[in-house]
Write a protein that binds this ligand. Structure first.
Ligand code: 5GP
Length: 190
């Protein structure tokens, strides 16, 4: 998506070699007009897949997923993060290892919001090592629902997550795929 690439080039900041800060339009301040266009793009890609539910993870995925939900006219469910392991029986849960934060956390969603009859589109802001997306996939599989695919705003394609998930046969569509990035040399896309 050209608009996303332009925005990253204009406002994105590379930190510590492999972290991209996009707080001005995605991760803190949110550009809703851009989110609308992202939702249009996700609709173009997945609009014929009979999506019944959009699943994301708190917090940064929620805004993007809401606009997508409006476009797909379906409910948006977000997985909650919990640091404790006090998981009750009425949730699906999965363990996610965050490389960015160097810790493990549990994600969960109430069983009543993911049904075997659901056709789920997973939406998230970033795909890096694939741990968060893998956790979400795990939740959908636990529910016995069908995974239509994953719509990602920014994929850091120099990290292994995209390949790992696609090799499972899951369709992953990213609006911007970063080939390489560097504080000095800038950002290059596929
Ligand atoms: P993964 O589990 O694929 O390694 O990372 C996915 C999650 O980590 C994303 O949902 C996002 O919250 C966070 N993340 C990973 N890399 C970046 C990055 O370069 N910039 C930002 N802002 N978040 C990232």
């Amino acid at each position: 998506m050209q608009l996303m690439k332009e925005r990253i080039l204009r406002e994105g900041k590379v930190k510590n070699g492999s972290i991209l800060k996009v707080d001005s339009f995605l991760n803190q301040q949110m550009d809703i007009e851009l989110f609308e266009k992202m939702a249009d793009e996700f609709w173009r890609l997945f609009g014929d897949c009979n999506v019944t539910k959009i699943l994301t993870i708190e917090a940064s995925g929620i805004g993007i997923a809401c606009l997508a939900g409006q476009r797909f006219k379906c409910p948006v469910v977000f997985a909650k993060k919990n640091k404790t392991s006090n998981i009750s029986d009425d949730v699906f849960s999965s363990l996610v290892h965050s490389f960015t934060h160097g810790k493990e956390y549990e994600i969960m969603v109430s069983r009543e919001y993911l049904l075997p009859s659901d056709r789920v589109l997973i939406i998230d802001d970033f795909l890096a090592n694939g741990a968060a997306l893998n956790g979400l996939i795990d939740l959908v599989r636990s529910a016995g629902a069908y995974i239509v695919g994953a719509g990602i705003a920014i994929e850091k394609a120099f990290q292994p997550g995209g390949d790992i998930i696609r090799n499972q046969g899951i369709r992953v569509e990213s609006l911007a795929r970063i080939k390489s990035m560097d504080e000095n040399d800038g950002i290059e896309f596929y």
